[in-house]
Structures are given as structure tokens and as C-alpha cells.
Design a protein around this ligand. Structure first.
Ligand code: FAD
Ligand code: NAP
Ligand code: SF4
Length: 682
């Protein structure tokens, strides 16, 4: 996979903006980390951006900063409205400039997406994702809002930013003014598209006037709203041209409102799915245009620039996953990229839970000053048993710190359960993590011993100082009469394709694995994976040409491939424990495929007819060919010494991490983080 250093020449070309130039065509898009909301976290924020600027990215955009209190996304969210805030921001701009980078501050007014009581919008239309109903801005309120944007941009200039990005997409305030969905005004700020775009155009015009010509003014324009009452393509272009005339230096593109019921960034969205929409905008305007959403590897990015489709690519989450993304591409070390798998588990899911954003595959993200991989004073002989995500993380970090590490796995390949996860349609990206770790093992010099099932006695004989038990889990077999029958199979056999599953299936257990197995069984094997962009658009009803309002059309999904029942004993909503920003997508796929989801199920028995259950006291027989067990997991800890074992001088210290430590609620985020934290402390 390694390519020569000039394999991505277009991506590495500078971009001349007239009064300034960017060192390459790659932008780190805006991501809310949580650090920007508190002044005392600015040194951490500066370290986070410094690492990315050092990694070679051409342009960085900060997380959203509000121009005033009404624009807060969350109570006391990051605001730039006073000269007193400027010194904090200077620590950030200084850090980026020290590393030769450029940085824009994003001005984000949340409008009715604000999760706080001061929310305002174009009209008093409540959003489905905030409990606070907005007040419609008065004419005076609109004038004050424009002033706040101008003041914010001026202060950003004082703080040393190279420009600002005005957030006009994802359904935030300016997008709310642009679309009839949320703009029902009858004054000069509503009605026709000329009136609806008056606020963003006026903001751009006045900001440009205030900051002068030599300050980057990027506008993030919603090119596909993906909501009813969104704009048509003709309107999108009309607005873009007016914004360009008002002083925009370059356009970033935004896809979908946050309340859209079409996924836009989760891992099952095909790579670069929306780049063609950005390419159409480029044809309509003269200033440079940036493509965004689900671009994570350099070949796609290079193709977009080389073909002249767009001028730059924006990636946000990929820079959480790997701050050195650009330098690695420039040096032809593409196979060393720690690829963002678009899981959202440690970034967006954290943001929406008001927690600091990090990254599942890179636990250092957002913790640059706290999780540091230092050279060990006394290198040790370390055994790591289990090459799943936990063991891979522990082994590579320990070796990076200078320890002599041997990694064992009983399987013939690394990856543990990730090998199963990547079989699930739409989770193909998970293979990238194993490619990354495979390369890291070689670079850090870990001695890998596959097909080696080790015992405690063996480990005690080998003179290890530290033993890391990362042996994962064993699947739980529930006690149900008939569970031993041949029509009952485990999720492992299904995902490894060891069994031919019939057309009617009942899945016991509706956790993450139950949902994934459901998607696996519903996929028609004659359809190639990953899904093509066209196929995915048909399934979700997306019209990339946006001839219709918001780019929405009737979905044309195929007939379900199997008849599936998904069951749990709890009476809560099925899938309630799935990721906040991705769970709804899994539920929607299963619903679209007619899956019967049953909560409150009591399992009675399994026989030739199928699965006998009771729901609300009513007996039911699910006539199925197979029952698939996805009933959770138990830790595999056979290598750990018994708790009461006497301590022996010279014996290694044993540690458990990942599934071996705790199987319930385990996910790879915790497994990888635990591995890294332990290894850094050895
Ligand atoms: P494992 O991945 O189970 O690895 C343990 C390893 O230890 C195995 O390779 C095994 O062969 C080896 N081993 C065991 N005993 C020995 C021994 N005595 N000697 C040598 N080797 C031994 N998590 C997420 O965060 N997000 C997801 O979207 C997600 N999707 C998933 C989908 C599926 C279908 C599955 C099955 C899991 C998914 N997971 C997901 C869970 C995730 O894969 C696990 O949390 C993670 O793999 C746990 O890592 P681990 O290293 O602790 O254990
Ligand atoms: P899980 O989320 O704990 O779900 C286990 C399921 O089995 C539950 O639905 C549970 O529901 C059921 N169950 C538990 N004990 C049972 C019993 N004795 N008899 C019958 N049913 C039983 O675990 P998982 O689905 O195995 O997933 C393992 C880990 O991988 C999870 O922690 C998950 O986070 C992670 N994962 C994550 C994703 C993701 O998209 N983020 C995807 C896949 C896996 P009831 O108790 O109500 O019956
Ligand atoms: Fe990407 Fe997942 Fe990391 Fe977020 S947590 S940056 S989606 S790999």
C-alpha cells in the first residue's frame, strides 16, 4: 500500500488565495472538542492544534465559537465577544503559526439548535433536537446579531487568526434563515430566497468591510439540506453567488442538517459520497470550493483535486485519528495512516454527551498533554497476550516506549473481534485499523507470534517482567431449552460464514452485535460491498442533484433479503444503548427491511418449529429456520493468576485490559484506550 512520495502531487500543491497562500490542499475541518468552551483548557487546545499543524495540514478551522450568548450551542459555550477573550485565542494561533500552519476561527451561531434557554431563530419553530423553543429574532435582534458577527470576526483578527469560517450549514442559524422549513417570516428577512438569504449575505458583507481584503473569509454553505423544506439546487447556487459577491474568499460545503434522517458521516456512508455536489458548486462560482464528508484517505482526496472537481478537501475526524496524516502522505507512508473509521464513538458521541472529544483509534486526541508516550527509563520484557484492539494498542505503545514486547495470539491473524466487525455491511472501514496496527507492529519492532495459544505456566517460564492479558471474551450461551440444537448458531459462526443461514431468522440479543448481525443477514450477497454511492443514494432516497427541495426523493430500497426477528428481554426501546449519533441509522436500516423488533421477550424453548417465546404473558412461536445467539459476552481470564496466589519473587506482574477485564458494555474505544494507558505507565 505504500506509494512513492509523489503519489499524491495535486493534494500537496499550494493554493494561492491572492493575498496569501495555503501550503497544501488539505483542511482540518471544524470539530467541537469541548476544550474551546473553558478558558483554562486553552493550553490543551493549543497543544491539540499544534500537533495537527506540525503534522503538515494546510489549513485548520477551530470548533465553533459563538458571537454572542444567544448563539451558544450549550450553556456557557465558547464565545468571542470581548477583548478579554483574545489572549486565550492567541495561545492557539501562536501554536499553529509556530508550526507553519494557518488557522481560521469558526463563528457558529446555533440558532434553534442551541441547548440553552436564550435560543433564537428566524421563526419560532422548535427543533426536534433541542428542548428549547426559539424566539423569532426581531428586526433589532437581527441588526444586533449582524453586529455580533462583525465584532467576533474583528476580535478573531486581533487574536491572530488567518481568517474566519462563517458556519452557514448543518441547520444552524444562517441555514435556518435560508430555508422555508424554519423561516416563515413575512418581513424583509423571509419569503423569497432573496429575503431569506439577506442575513448571511449581510453578515458576510459587513464582516468583509470590517476585516479588510487580506483576511480569509470562508463560508460553509449548505449544498444539500436533506430535510423537507430545504433549498433546491437553483437556490443553493443563487445564495452562493450572492455570498461570493459580498466578499467570500472560499466556500466550504456542508451536507445535511443535524435533524436530517439521512446519515451524512457515519461509517456506512460511502467514501466521498457528496463530493459531486461540491464539484457542482465549483462550476457555479469563481472562488475555490472545498469538498467535505467521509473523505478519509488520500487516494480519494487526490482524485478530487487532480480531476479539478474541487480545490481542497476538508477532513475533520481523520485529524483526530492521525495528526500526522499530511506528513505521512507527503512522505509516501500512506500505509502508516491511522484511519478514521467514522464510528463517531469517541468524537461526536462525546460532544453530544457534553464530554471532551477524543478518538477511538487514537486515545491521545484531545489528551495531548496528558497521555504522553515517553521513552521508558528501564526497558522491560513485556508479554501481551491477545492481538485484538486492546492487545494491539498495548503492544505497539509499549514498544514505542522502548520495551521489548512479544505479542501472542492463538489465531492466524491479528485483530480479534474486529475481524468480525469488518464483515458487517457498512463497517468495511474497520479493516483499516488492522492495516494500521499491522504496520505499527513492524515499525515499533513488536515480536508477533500468531497461532500460539499461551498458558500461564508458559508465561511464568519465559522471564517476562510484565504480562498484559488481552484475551478478550467468550460469547454467552443463554440457558434455553433446545439451545444445543443445530438450528441454533452463534454470531461468530454466522459472521465467519461457517453456517448457511436460512431465510427466516430470530436473533436473541439486541445489543450492538445483534443489530450488526441483523444488517449482515439482511444484506443480499449479490450486491458488492462497500455499497456504491448510487446504490446508497437509492436506499436512502438522496438526490445528489438536489432538483427536489433539500435533495430528498422517495427511497427505492430492494425487498428485504430475509425475514428477521430481533429480540431482547428488556422492555426498553431496542437499540437504546447504541451510539447517540449512529444508533438511529442502524434502527432505520432494520426498520426499512421490515425487521420485527420485540422487547420484553421471555425465551421458552427452541425446537424444529422455531423459537417459542412469551411476550406480555402471551405465548408466541416464531417459525424460523435459525436462531442466532447474540446474548452478550463473558471475560476470558484463564491466564490471570488466582486472586489468592502467593506472590513469588521475580514473577511477572499480570494486568488485564479490554474484554478480558470487563466484557459488559465493552467497546473498542475502551479497549484501545486501556491498552495505551497501561503501556504508557509500564
Ligand atoms: P478481542 O478483540 O476479543 O481479542 C482477543 C484476542 O485474544 C483474540 O484475537 C483471541 O484470539 C486472543 N486470545 C484469547 N486467548 C488467548 C490465549 N490464551 N493465547 C493467545 N491468544 C489468545 N466495538 C466498537 O467499539 N464499535 C463497534 O462498532 C463494534 N462492532 C462490533 C461488531 C461485531 C460483530 C463484534 C463481534 C464486535 C464489535 N465491537 C465493536 C466490539 C469490539 O470488537 C471489541 O470491544 C474489541 O474487539 C475488544 O477487544 P479486545 O482486544 O479486548 O478483545
Ligand atoms: P451487549 O450490548 O451487552 O448486548 C447483549 C444483548 O444480549 C442484550 O440485548 C441483552 O439484552 C442480551 N442478553 C444478555 N444476557 C442474556 C441472556 N442470558 N439471555 C438472553 N439474552 C441476553 O453486547 P453485544 O451486543 O454482545 O456487544 C458487545 C460489545 O461490543 C458491546 O459492549 C458493544 O458496545 C460493542 N459493539 C458496539 C457496536 C457499535 O456499533 N458501537 C457494535 C457492535 C458491538 P437483554 O438482557 O434485554 O435480553
Ligand atoms: Fe473517527 Fe471514530 Fe476516531 Fe471519531 S472516534 S475520529 S469517527 S475513528
Amino acid at each position: 500500500m505504500t506509494k512513492s512520495a509523489n503519489a499524491h502531487p495535486h493534494l500537496m500543491q499550494p493554493l494561492d488565495l491572492g493575498f496569501t497562500s495555503l501550503r497544501n490542499r488539505i483542511m482540518m475541518g471544524s470539530m467541537h472538542t469541548g476544550l474551546e468552551d473553558r478558558f483554562y483548557n486553552y493550553p490543551k487546545l493549543a497543544a491539540y492544534f499544534r500537533e495537527r499543524a506540525k503534522g503538515g495540514v494546510g489549513l485548520i478551522v477551530t470548533g465553533g465559537i459563538s458571537p454572542n450568548r444567544q448563539g451558544w450551542l450549550l450553556p456557557f459555550g465558547g464565545t468571542l465577544s470581548s477583548i478579554l477573550d483574545v489572549p486565550n485565542h492567541r495561545t492557539v494561533t501562536q501554536a499553529v503559526h509556530d508550526e507553519g500552519g494557518k488557522i481560521l476561527m469558526q463563528i457558529l451561531h446555533a440558532g434553534r439548535y442551541g441547548y440553552q434557554p436564550f435560543v433564537v431563530s428566524a421563526s419560532a419553530v422548535k427543533s426536534p433536537i433541542s428542548m428549547f423553543k426559539p424566539k423569532a429574532l426581531t428586526e433589532d435582534g437581527i441588526a444586533a446579531t449582524i453586529k455580533a458577527y462583525v465584532r467576533c470576526a474583528r476580535l478573531a483578527q486581533k487574536a491572530g487568526y488567518d481568517g474566519v469560517e462563517i458556519m452557514g450549514s448543518e441547520g444552524y442559524l444562517l441555514n435556518q434563515f435560508l430555508c422555508v422549513r424554519t423561516n416563515q417570516r413575512t418581513d424583509d428577512w423571509g419569503g423569497s430566497i432573496d429575503n431569506r438569504m439577506r442575513l448571511p449575505v449581510e453578515i458576510v458583507r459587513q464582516v468583509r468591510e470590517a476585516v479588510g481584503p487580506n483576511f480569509i473569509l470562508m463560508y460553509r454553505h449548505s449544498v444539500l439540506d436533506l430535510v423537507e423544506g430545504g433549498n433546491t439546487w437553483a437556490e443553493v447556487v443563487h445564495v452562493a453567488r450572492a455570498l461570493e459577491a459580498a466578499g467570500v474568499t472560499l466556500f466550504n460545503t456542508g451536507i445535511g442538517w443535524h435533524e436530517a434522517r439521512t446519515p451524512t458521516i457515519v461509517t456506512s456512508v460511502p467514501r466521498a459520497a457528496f463530493a459531486s455536489v461540491a464539484a457542482r458548486l465549483k462550476k457555479a462560482v469563481k472562488v475555490p470550493v472545498i469538498a467535505s464528508n467521509r473523505i478519509n484517505m488520500p487516494d480519494d482526496a487526490e482524485a478530487l483535486i487532480a480531476s479539478g472537481s474541487v480545490d481542497m478537501v476538508s477532513m475533520a475526524r481523520p485529524f483526530l485519528a492521525d495528526p500526522e496524516w499530511v506528513n505521512k502522505v507527503a512522505a509516501g507512508r500512506v500505509d502508516e495512516i491511522n484511519t478514521c473509521i467514522a464510528c463517531n464513538q469517541a468524537c461526536l458521541d462525546h460532544t453530544f454527551a457534553n464530554k471532551r472529544a477524543s478518538c477511538l483509534v487514537n486515545p491521545r486526541a484531545g489528551y495531548e498533554t496528558e497521555l504522553v508516550y515517553r521513552r521508558a527509563q528501564q526497558p522491560k520484557k513485556v508479554a501481551v497476550v491477545g492481538a485484538g484492539p486492546a492487545g494491539l494498542s498495548a503492544a505497539t505503545v509499549a514498544a514505542e516506549c522502548g520495551h521489548d514486547v512479544t505479542l501472542f495470539d492463538s489465531s492466524d491473524r491479528i485483530g480479534g473481534q474486529f475481524n468480525l466487525a469488518m464483515q458487517v455491511p457498512g463497517k468495511e472501514e474497520f479493516a483499516q485499523t488492522l492495516r494500521y496496527f499491522s504496520r505499527q507492529l513492524a515499525i515499533t519492532g513488536v515480536k508477533l507470534q500468531l497461532q500460539t495459544r499461551v498458558t500461564r505456566e508458559y508465561l511464568l517460564r519465559q522471564g517476562f517482567d510484565e504480562v498484559v492479558v488481552a484475551t478478550g471474551i467468550v460469547p454467552r450461551t443463554p440457558r434455553i431449552t433446545g439451545v444445543e440444537r443445530t438450528n441454533v448458531v452463534s454470531y461468530i459462526d454466522v459472521l465467519q460464514r461457517k453456517v448457511t443461514v436460512g431465510k427466516r431468522v430470530a436473533i436473541i440479543g439486541a445489543g450492538g452485535i445483534g443489530f450488526d448481525v441483523g444488517e449482515f443477514l439482511l444484506h443480499d450477497p449479490s450486491v458488492p460491498l462497500p455499497l456504491s454511492i448510487e446504490h446508497w443514494c437509492r436506499d436512502w432516497g438522496v438526490d445528489l442533484r438536489a432538483q427536489s427541495h433539500g435533495g430528498l426523493v422517495e427511497p427505492a430500497a430492494a425487498k428485504p433479503y430475509r425475514e428477521v426477528y430481533l429480540l431482547q428481554r428488556k422492555t426498553t426501546r431496542l437499540g437504546a444503548g447504541l451510539g447517540k449519533t449512529s444508533g438511529w441509522v442502524h434502527r432505520a436500516v432494520l426498520q426499512r427491511n421490515g425487521v420485527t423488533m420485540l422487547g420484553g421477550a421471555e425465551y421458552q424453548s427452541i425446537d424444529n418449529t422455531g423459537l417459542h417465546i412469551t411476550v406480555n404473558g402471551e405465548p408466541r412461536v416464531l417459525e424460523v429456520d435459525h436462531v442466532v445467539l447474540c446474548a452478550g459476552q463473558e471475560p476470558l481470564t484463564e491466564l490471570m493468576p488466582p486472586a489468592d496466589a502467593p506472590s513469588v519473587a521475580g514473577a511477572p506482574r499480570f494486568h488485564k485490559i479490554g474484554g478480558a477485564a470487563l466484557a459488559s458494555e465493552l467497546d473498542a474505544k475502551r479497549a484501545i484506550r486501556e491498552g495505551a494507558v497501561l503501556a504508557a505507565s509500564l
